[in-house]
Design a protein around this ligand. Structure first.
Ligand code: ZN
Length: 55
């Protein structure tokens, strides 16, 4: 799996679960595991908490 931002290889632990945050060591972007289906993992950009007062 590569970083959607900079295409660097992301290290995702095998036991990583949905909701875990993966950070790219290259560009520093953070991604949350949004889906996991066997070896298929989908990432979404992790939103920084703090500014969002909704929900
Ligand atoms: Zn990156």
């Amino acid at each position: 799996m590569n970083c959607p931002e900079c295409d660097a290889a992301l290290k995702i632990p095998e036991d990583a679960d949905i909701g875990e945050i993966i950070s790219c060591s290259d560009c520093g972007s953070e991604f949350e595991i949004s889906k996991k289906n066997g070896v298929n993992i989908e990432l979404k950009q992790a939103e920084n908490v703090g500014e969002d007062w909704g929900e």
